[in-house]
Ligand binder design. Structure first.
Ligand code: HEC
Length: 97
């Protein structure tokens, strides 16, 4: 448990060292707007709203889609090409809306 706690601590602090860039996230989120909406409010009941969602939650979901921990035929494919930095920036962007 103690190692798990320190690993989590390292992970969280490492994530904060480099500030995410919401402007870059906006550009990287171009392909997402078709489903999640230009302002992060989706136009279909099938697709979740992302605007105003917590940044860490969004980043975790995208990491989970990318790693296969969370699986969805659409989102797994969307998250696959994103770099860790893209994910951080995109999460910061949607969270800022
Ligand atoms: C073709 C439509 C489509 C596109 C394009 C798309 N998504 Fe999604 N997204 C979905 C669907 C459908 C879900 C719900 C998946 C599920 O049920 O697990 C989802 C879920 C998500 C979630 C999880 C939301 C939550 O509350 O758990 C995030 C974050 C997300 N998408 C981000 C993105 C990003 C970032 C992009 C662009 C790189 C993107 N999506 C592109 C359809 C899309």
């Amino acid at each position: 448990m103690k190692t798990l706690a320190s690993a989590l601590f390292l992970l969280l602090t490492a994530g904060n060292l480099q500030a995410a860039d919401p402007e870059a996230g906006k550009a990287a989120a171009n392909t997402c707007a078709g489903c999640h909406g230009a302002e992060g409010i989706s136009t279909s009941p099938q697709w979740p709203n992302l605007a105003g969602q917590k940044e860490q939650y969004l980043a975790k979901q995208l990491m989970d889609f990318k790693s296969g921990k969370r699986n969805d035929p659409v989102m797994s494919a969307m998250a696959a090409p994103l770099s860790d930095e893209d994910i951080k920036n995109i999460a910061a962007y949607y969270s800022s809306l």
